[in-house]
Design a protein. Structure first.
Lengths: 149, 149, 149, 149
């Protein structure tokens, strides 16, 4: 992966503050596991109330943490007084979402002044084992001069 | 839209049964609003605990109801003793998800023995007004001889 | 489909001029069949030198005419002194691309000042029969104050 | 990237044979640059007759070589008497396609008996410089017992 530098030295506090205002993340029990320039990771313990009909994590929740990880990966590189919106994403669900917990990874592939392209991945973790359960690609837009808060 | 016929006369009970086993749908307060051959609609009242950082419905929840509507739209056309899995979907978030409630629509574009392609749409409803907030496209796979339950 | 109005009365000449500067369209024998506000159609006669390994039209050519139809559908609604770029598209190839000629249809789903979302479809035509062979969704960006020529 | 083993020792001849039957690849001047288990690369010299309205390589041609590289990357891992079809792909065009030649890279992310997921990338090459111009994700289907020829 390319290495990125954040132009805003306050990027981590900015991302953590915004994440803490996403009520959904608290509702499902997700937390930020890593915030670095161009890369964000989110952890989600399995919960039976987040499942689909076969007892696996619902694809919508897999998508929620993947989209959020990618959005904040891009946001680390945005200017201080900006907001981030997801334009679109595409996700392949590559294995049953079975695990004790899940790790969503968002990585910037291509930063830009207006648009930012990210790679998304979600892994299921059980003991020491990790298995990729979803891979995706996302387009973000930077709203300049529109502080997140 | 093309009109479809369900080969399994028990398609509606099969879809409603499977939906009722999706714990996530109960957790977020979603319910089936329409189950017809090749088309399923899901209703979700707004709830503040499902929002992103600006107070709108989180894109992950928008995606969850869109993916579920599309999955069950395809499932109406599948044989009795089968299951449905989402292979992948792509979604554009076209407007802020602001509304009193939300309606996800899944429509089969192209049925098939193994794969099924659906169109996804989510509308925000406020009083009498409706606004499209997301459009997408989804690929499903039919697992034959693998009953859902 | 929603109906759109073009803010630039010269939209048709602008689209036709830009299309005529796409060398690829001449190379493969494609021509504009319809240019209306928010909707563009492109015709392509089958040619054996545009095929994949089984003798069908190559998915890359199906994608080329779909992407171009969508791009110009959006461009009809852009201001006079602007350019259009494809940010991304997603396409499902839903049937073998077998036919005497092909018709790509691009339709604006959601116009916007910066981004524009389109629906893409390609049909194979043989005598009086038409069959959908591809459906897609596309995101465009409007480059304001950057004339196409 | 994960490393893969091809179950069919004749995978390279099988891929090269199929590629040579893609008339479009000869028409545009593309050639196979690498065929290894789970990874295929395609080279395309720039040609003015393959361009869009600003003189860059047309997104449809970028997509054609990306789709073909991914399709054959998956096909290296398929059984001897099978065919490969693209179910769908999504591609972001991340920079103007300006270069002396182009390199499309298809890599298997997730192999499977029926479906196979690939990562797509296209680079523009000018002298010693390389720039990523497109990234994508693709779903393939393996048609067992349907030899390509």
């Amino acid at each position: 992966m390319p290495e990125f530098e954040a132009s805003d030295p306050g990027y981590e506090a900015r991302v953590r503050g915004s994440f803490s205002r996403q009520a959904l993340m608290a509702t499902i029990g997700a937390r930020l596991a890593l915030v670095s320039p161009g890369r964000v990771e989110i952890d989600l313990p399995f919960r039976a109330d987040l499942t689909q009909q076969h007892g696996y994590l619902h694809a919508g929740i897999t998508s929620a943490i993947a989209d959020t990880a990618g959005g904040y990966a891009g946001y680390t590189l945005f200017p201080a007084a900006s907001s981030v919106l997801t334009v679109e994403f595409k996700i392949n669900l590559t294995a049953p979402a079975s695990g004790e917990r899940f790790r969503a990874i968002g990585e910037v592939l291509k930063p830009g002044r207006t648009l930012c392209i990210c790679r998304l991945e979600v892994r299921a973790l059980t003991g020491e084992r990790a298995a990729t359960i979803a891979v995706g690609q996302q387009t973000l837009i930077c709203l300049a001069d529109r502080p997140d808060e």
